[in-house]
Structure formats: structure tokens, C-alpha cells
Design a protein around this ligand. Structure first.
Ligand SMILES: Nc1ncnc2c1ncn2[C@@H]1O[C@H](COP(=O)(O)OP(=O)(O)OP(=O)(O)O)[C@@H](O)[C@H]1O
Length: 829
């Protein structure tokens, strides 16, 4: 049974205020715009209520065992809070000026965003705790051992963390929390894994820590150098690196490049250039003042084992690359182009990576469309050594290469591509290789050329390995990647550090800690990503579909996806948004539904089986042809599709409760070109068949976005839908015919499997290999199965894809038809 939803009107004043279509919560204006904007199709009668907000407060990644609770002061309201009653905690006299509440039992931190010290507190918390939920007035974070590890790895000490938390907290820091911080950070950051002149060293400023490691039964025997004692050297110089694309770097460069006009200016420029050179070159005289570090060597093959063991004994290794002192690997001639300026949040993310003059391995989390690619490219321009980029699909490989050429001055000959179709390697001493996870980890059946490139990759050292979409790569695959590719530093990029299988923990071990996570709402307020209005449209099932749904024993998904009322809602919304001038993407995971909807509505569609040339043609038309305003996409469009023209997204079928897919799909419209137009809003609709399992999945899917501050408005009725001319499936006969074809499809799928296989896509390939057999979808097979000429889907026979692909004559007549249609509409015919 679908979950019951509370009518928010009954949930009281605050619920109503929080839920009244406010998806950019801090902006009153946008609420009003939405009410006005959406007045035609949207009914206001059913706003989404507090349910999501309540749900967020149960999200918890805190693993510390709950402490016995001190006696709370019980009053009449105490029973409402149960064991979450923290009224025993004494408030500081000036608590109103402090923004944090700390839950002593679960390590949760609640932050008031309306506090005067909110900005300061946010900057601090982002370093030490995991953001769980960031809605308009209240943000929630959790202290975990991983988040504290990340804090230490960006240079904070135990004392810093406790002192700052105490300063910002409304109550004195609970003793349980203090103990947790001390216990978790005591040993973090004490040992580092460092590559120096192609050799791996375990390094620490405290020789007794190294002694402990050497006495360990696993790590001890893995030491390579047999000399007594440790190698001593000076600790790295901290925090003086200029990241390219930042004002500091730009200023320095200009100072060097511009010809000074007079002596005074010359002096100034000279001084600036000298200051910068001094910063970058680690001047020797400072060396003496620096702390000494001690180290011992381990073999490359032992790195994983040592790393795993160090975590097990609570002395996790921090990975850092002293690239400025790496003379063994050739320098890559790469810099950002003068016009490429990174944004403040990109700079902030990178400063976490390069904060102490070395490159720390770790993960940077930025919303879709916020420019992860440029972050990766800037990291490459900072390190200036060989770079390997791994992506999830061949399509992303092409995009990454193009972006390197767009943003940096790298010689295109220095960027090689390694995919099924291209097996290049660069000719110079160093360069960049862009490939996919599958290409690099494939174990058997390599062609001669492929093996040659692989040998090239395996037998050299890489300064930086960029791992795109890092959250979706299976741990086993990562292990193979890290074994095959010897990289001094690793940068993982992702929009959603979530996995439905809870294996996210592995990433800390395989790549490094999360270094930075941006706030979605903040970026949208600053105009870096679009403001989006999210809505869930509830579509009642028609009686014949619902009866079948209740009676069928499994494989019900196609019934709620093909629900005629959902189809009508989709048709109506497409029409409404096309008339507003929007460009619409319709997403369907189910390929049968994708084809059926697209053909019936005479729209172009792309799925795994669409040939590359056809895909490009359709996308080009969608981008540049004002007569092609809607495109249907299967899950192939979930990631890495850069369509800045798209301003409206309609989801008709999705992958169960996947929060990640929901966020990635939203990402397709976050990059809307028109995002900075006055009053602009992008729209995200999720069409859900009422009283079916889809409602449960839908609320699960939204959890992540709700935590990022998006509010989903529930639409129970689309005004004007009944009066829409040409509305599909209006008659019972049409609906029965549709049901018949759907039932036939369900039967055929039961024998063939329904997994879409996407060439070059890591995940569908894996599923294709290990999962069920894929469905073969041809028009012939469907009509053969149905057998009846009067079946509704016979109408689907004409395909917009063919029309777009047609020869010159065909294309022309199609365009003429489109133009005539448009003129007729204008003339009100
Ligand atoms: N500093 C910047 N200045 C100007 N444009 C930028 C900047 N950073 C990113 N962009 C632009 O923002 C858009 C989105 O960037 P990108 O494709 O890297 O996003 P992404 O975070 O990788 O998204 P996804 O997760 O969806 O793949 C691109 O068009 C890119 O050119």
C-alpha cells in the first residue's frame, strides 16, 4: 500500500508556511512567481506538508553508541519529545547569538540559518561535519568519524574543533561529544602516505607513531628500507600555493606579463612578481624553521594493505603529493587560459585540496551543473604533471577532452582518448589520458591496440587521477583502478555522495575523505545554478488500469507508468511549457513507455539503442531548432548531458527509490542558460500514479533533494486538462486498447527481461553482463505480438526520430508540416 500523506493544511501554520511551494526557501519573490506562473496548470489545494521535513531529522549516520541519558526536566510537553528531550542542557546566557544546538546522544548539530553568525558557523561546520539537510531556516549536520577525519586532513586540530564548536553552541559542549571528538581525532593526520621521487613513504612528525606502526605484525614486515631509525626531512611548507584561475594567480600573472609604464609601476610589478616567485619556490632559508618529519619506505604493491591496516588500527593514512618537489615526473605544459576564472566555491573546494602546498587526495562534492569539470581541470593545471581522467561513459570522455581544450592552453596533441573507438596515447613525455572505468579495468579480451595503451598507462606514474561520478563506481572496480594506475593523487568528483547500497564508506578508504561539499540553495541564489520549482503530479489510475494493477502478481511498474491519466498529464504539461517557450526533457527509465509516449506525441526520443549519429542529430535539433522543443530520454540522459537550453523536466518513469537518479535528473535543468534572466525558474515535474507503489518510491527519491532545500509541491489536478483539444486516451475504448498492448508488453518482457543496455555506459554494461537478458525492442515484434489493427499503439508507428533523420526531401516536408502547424496554432485554427 502507498504511504498515507498528511494534508499539510492540517499540519498547522508553520507547516503551511514551510511547504507552500517554497523551493528556493529564502526567497519570498520566487514563491509569488510560482503561484502566478503555474496558475494555469497547477492546483494549490494540496501543498506538500511537513512529512519530508520530519523525515530528514531521522537521517543519521552517527555510529557512536548512545550514552545513558542524564535526567531530563520533565514538563507537560516532554512526552512529545520522548528520548529526544534535551531540556536538561543548560543554555548559555547569550544563547540567542549562538547558532548551534548539539544533540549529545547522536552527534547531530542543528544550525539556525537566521543567526548573525550563520555564515561563519556554516564555513566551520562544512569542514567538520556531514551536511544532512539544508532547508531554509534550519540546517542539520552530523559529526561522524569520517567527517572528523576530513577536518583533520584539512589542517584542523582537536582543540580547534572543540573550541570553535563551544563558541558557536547555545549550550556547553556535551561531554559525550567532547569525548567523541577527542577519540576520533586523536590519531587522525598523524601519519601520511607520501610519494617522493616515485617511492612511497609513510611519514609522521612523531617518531613514536612510526614505531607503533613498525611493531604492527602486518605493517612491520612491509617496510622496504632496512636501515635503523627513520629518514628525516623538513615538513612541507603550509598554505602558500596559488591556484590558477583565482584572483591571486591572475594578479601575479598580470604583474609579470604586463609591460610596466613607468619606474614606479615597474617597481610594483617587480615586487609582486618576486613575492609570488618566493611563494611558489619554497625559499630555502625558511626550511630551517620548519618542523622535521620522519618516514620509512614501503613498496608500491603494499600501499593498499598498509592503508587498510592503518585504518583498522585507527591510524588512517592521509595521502598527499608533494608535486612541486617531484623531479622524477615530467612537467606538463598546462595552465588555465587567461579568460578562465574559477568561481569562489570552486576556489574554496580546491583550496581544501591544495591547502598545505601539496595535493591531498579526496572527494569534492558540487551540485550537477556547478562545474566539477573545471575544478578537475584547475587541479590538473595546479599539479602540472601527467593526468588520467576516468569517466562513466564514452560520451563523457569526449566532453572532458573538449572541456580541457576549452578552459586550458594545453596542446590538443597532449590529450589522448582511450575508449572502444579511440585508442590514442600522447607522443610527448607526459600528457593527459581520458578514458572510462570499464576500459581501464577490463580484464580479458583486449585487442592488441587496447593492450598497448593499457601497458602505457600501467607502466608510468601519473600526477593526478581524476575520478568522475565517483559515487557510482563499485568498490571492486576502484580497487582494480588503483592497482593498475599509479597516481600520486586522486580527486573524486560527484554531485551526490550517496549510494543506495551504503558502500559510500569505501570511498574514504579508496580515494580519500570528502574535502568539500557545496550548498545547492546558495549556489542557486548566486545564479550559478538555476532556481527550480519542483512538483509531484498525482495522476489517478483509470479503473481498468487499477483493477489490473491490483490483480497482477508482479511486474506492475509498466501499469503505473502507462496509466492513461499520467500520459494525459504529460501531454498537457508538454503543451503548456512549450507554449511558454520552455525546452522540455521527458525522462523515462522504461524504454517501452519512452517509445510509446514519444511516438504517440510525435516527439523525438533517445535511448541506449539509438545510434550515435541519430542522438547527436536529435540533440542538435533540440538545442537549435525552435520547432523541436521536447525530447524524450531514457536513463542514458541521467548524467553528463550538457543541454543548457533545457528549462523543464518531466519524469514519467524512474529507477525505484533512487535518490541519486532524482538529483542527477534535476541536474539536467540546473545548468539552464536562461538561469540569470529576471524571474526565471526551471521546472521539475515527477508524474506519479496515485495509490500505487510509485508514490512510495517517489517520496524516497525526493529525500536527498528535500535535504538540499527543495520543496516538492503536490499537484492533484492540472487546471484546464479536461478542456485540452486532442487529449489522448479520452475514450474508454482507447484506454482499453492501451491496456491490452501494455499487458502484451508485460508478457513479452517477462520472458525477455527489460534491462536497457547502454553502449559505453559503465553501469548498464555491468548489469547487461551480470544481470538479466536485455529486451529486444522492435516495432515489428510489438505489432506481431498485438496482432490487432485497431490497437492504440499502431498509431505510435510514426516516429519523430525518423522524420528528423529523414533524407533531404523528407526532412523538408517535416519542417514544412511543423511550420504549418505552428502557423495554424498562431492563427487559432
Ligand atoms: N568558473 C566558471 N565560469 C564559467 N562557466 C563555468 C564555470 N564553471 C563551470 N562553468 C559552466 O557550467 C556548466 C556546467 O559545468 P560542468 O559540466 O562541469 O558541470 P558538472 O558539475 O560536471 O555537472 P554534471 O554533474 O551534471 O556533469 C558548463 O557549461 C561550464 O562551462
Amino acid at each position: 500500500m502507498p504511504p498515507k500523506r498528511k494534508n499539510p493544511a492540517q499540519a498547522g501554520g508553520p507547516a503551511k508556511r514551510l511547504a507552500s511551494g517554497t523551493n528556493t526557501p529564502r526567497s519570498r519573490d520566487s514563491d509569488e512567481e510560482y503561484a502566478e506562473d503555474a496558475s494555469a496548470p497547477v492546483s494549490d489545494e494540496d501543498d506538500e506538508g511537513m512529512d519530508h521535513l520530519v523525515k530528514k531529522f531521522t537521517v543519521n549516520s552517527y555510529s557512536r553508541p548512545a550514552k545513558a541519558k542524564e535526567t531530563a526536566i520533565h514538563d507537560a510537553a516532554a512526552r512529545l519529545f520522548g528520548n529526544r528531550d534535551h531540556s536538561h542542557l543548560a543554555l548559555k546566557p547569550d544563547h540567542e547569538d549562538r547558532p548551534l544546538w548539539i544533540d549529545p546522544d547522536q552527534g547531530k548539530i542543528i544550525m539556525e540559518t537566521f543567526s548573525p553568525s550563520f555564515k561563519h558557523a556554516e564555513n566551520f561546520l562544512i569542514n567538520v561535519a556531514e551536511p544532512q539537510s539544508r532547508v531554509s531556516r534550519i540546517h542539520e549536520y552530523t559529526l561522524t568519524s569520517n567527517s572528523l577525519f576530513a577536518a583533520v586532513s584539512v589542517g584542523l586540530t582537536t582543540e580547534d574543533i572543540i573550541k570553535e564548536l563551544d563558541l558557536l553552541s547555545k549550550t556547553p559542549i556535551p561531554e559525550s561529544i567532547r569525548q567523541f571528538i577527542v577519540a576520533s581525532t586523536r590519531s587522525f593526520g598523524k601519519v601520511r602516505l607520501v610519494l617522493k621521487n616515485t617511492k612511497y613513504f609513510v611519514e609522521s612528525s612523531d617518531p613514536s607513531v612510526l614505531q607503533t606502526l613498525l611493531q604492527d605484525e602486518i605493517i612491520g614486515p612491509l617496510r622496504v628500507d632496512t636501515a635503523e631509525g627513520f629518514t628525516k626531512s623538513a615538513a612541507p611548507k603550509m598554505g602558500n600555493l596559488a591556484i590558477p584561475g583565482t584572483k591571486m594567480a591572475a594578479g601575479a600573472k598580470q604583474a609579470v606579463q604586463q609591460a610596466p609604464k613607468d619606474d614606479e609601476e615597474e617597481d610594483d610589478a617587480q615586487k609582486q612578481a618576486e613575492a609570488m616567485t618566493a611563494t611558489l619556490l619554497d625559499e630555502d632559508d625558511e626550511e630551517e624553521e620548519r618542523e622535521q618529519v620522519h618516514s620509512f619506505e614501503i613498496a608500491a604493491e603494499s600501499v593498499q594493505e598498509v592503508s587498510r591496516r592503518c585504518r583498522a588500527i585507527d591510524l588512517p593514512l592521509t595521502e598527499e603529493y608533494d608535486f612541486r618537489n617531484d623531479d622524477a615526473n615530467a612537467d606538463l605544459d598546462i595552465d588555465l587560459k587567461p579568460a578562465s576564472q574559477i568561481r569562489p566555491y570552486q576556489e574554496q573546494a580546491l583550496s581544501k585540496m591544495f591547502g598545505n602546498g601539496r595535493a591531498r587526495s579526496g572527494i569534492i562534492v558540487l551540485p550537477c551543473g556547478a562545474g566539477k569539470t573545471l575544478v578537475g581541470i584547475t587541479a590538473a593545471c595546479t599539479i602540472k604533471k601527467g593526468v588520467i581522467v576516468l569517466c562513466t561513459s564514452a560520451m563523457s570522455v569526449v566532453q572532458w577532452r573538449a572541456e580541457f581544450i576549452k578552459w586550458s592552453n594545453v596542446n590538443p596533441k597532449d590529450i589522448a582518448v582511450f575508449t572502444a573507438d579511440h585508442k590514442d596515447s600522447f607522443s610527448g613525455t607526459t600528457g593527459i589520458i581520458v578514458s572510462t572505468y570499464s576500459m581501464v579495468t577490463q580484464s580479458k579480451g583486449r585487442s592488441y591496440e587496447s593492450q598497448k595503451v593499457m601497458d602505457f598507462i600501467e607502466n608510468r606514474e601519473w600526477g593526478l587521477m581524476i575520478l568522475d561520478e565517483v559515487h557510482v563506481v563499485p568498490a571492486e572496480m576502484f580497487k582494480r583502478v588503483t592497482y593498475k594506475v599509479k597516481a600520486h593523487s586522486k580527486l573524486g568528483l560527484t554531485a551526490t555522495l550517496l549510494r543506495e547500497d551504503d558502500k559510500i564508506e569505501h570511498l574514504n578508504f579508496l580515494i580519500g575523505p570528502k574535502l568539500y561539499e557545496a550548498n545547492w540553495q546558495e549556489l542557486s541564489e548566486q545564479g550559478h545554478i538555476a532556481r527550480v520549482q519542483c512538483a509531484e503530479v498525482w495522476c489517478p489510475m483509470t479503473p481498468e488500469f487499477y483493477t489490473e494493477y491490483l490483480n497482477s502478481k508482479g511486474r506492475k511498474a509498466l501499469l503505473f507508468t502507462m496509466n492513461p491519466r499520467k500520459f494525459q498529464a504529460c501531454q498537457f504539461l508538454i503543451d503548456y511549457h512549450e507554449r511558454r517557450g520552455d525546452k522540455v526533457i521527458v525522462f523515462s527509465d522504461n524504454v517501452y513507455a519512452l517509445e510509446a509516449y514519444a511516438k504517440k506525441l510525435n516527439k523525438a526520443y533517445i535511448y541506449g539503442g539509438t545510434p550515435q549519429a541519430e542522438r547527436l542529430r536529435i540533440l542538435e535539433n533540440f538545442q537549435h531548432n525552435e520547432l523541436v522543443n521536447t525530447v524524450f530520454l531514457s536513463k542514458i540522459g541521467d548524467t553528463s548531458l550538457d543541454l543548457p537550453e533545457a528549462t523543464c523536466l518531466i519524469q514519467i518513469s524512474s529507477h525505484y527509490g533512487s535518490r541519486r537518479q532524482e538529483a542527477q535528473r534535476l541536474g539536467r535543468i540546473l545548468r539552464a542558460k536562461r538561469r540569470n534572466d529576471e524571474g526565471f525558474n526551471a521546472f521539475f515535474y515527477s508524474l506519479v500514479s496515485k495509490d500505487t507503489a510509485e508514490m512510495y518510491y517517489s517520496s524516497k527519491r525526493q529525500a536527498f533533494l528535500v535535504d538540499q532545500g527543495y520543496a516538492f509541491k503536490v499537484i492533484t489536478h492540472l487546471h484546464g486538462i479536461d478542456a485540452m483539444p486532442n487529449l489522448a486516451f479520452k475514450t474508454p475504448q482507447e484506454r482499453r486498447d492501451l491496456l491490452m498492448s501494455v499487458m502484451l508488453q508485460i508478457e513479452s518482457d517477462a520472458s525477455l527481461g527489460d534491462v536497457e543496455r547502454i553502449e559505453g555506459d559503465l553501469f548498464s554494461e555491468a548489469r547487461g553482463r551480470y544481470g538479466k537478458k536485455k529486451a529486444k525492442r522492435t516495432a515489428g515484434m510489438l505489432s506481431d505480438l498485438s496482432g490487432g489493427q485497431d490497437m492504440a499503439y499502431v498509431e505510435y508507428g510514426k516516429s519523430r526520430n525518423k522524420e528528423l533523420a529523414g533524407g533531404k526531401g523528407k526532412h523538408k516536408s517535416f519542417m514544412t508540416k511543423l511550420r504549418r502547424d505552428a502557423e495554424r496554432r498562431k492563427g487559432g485554427i
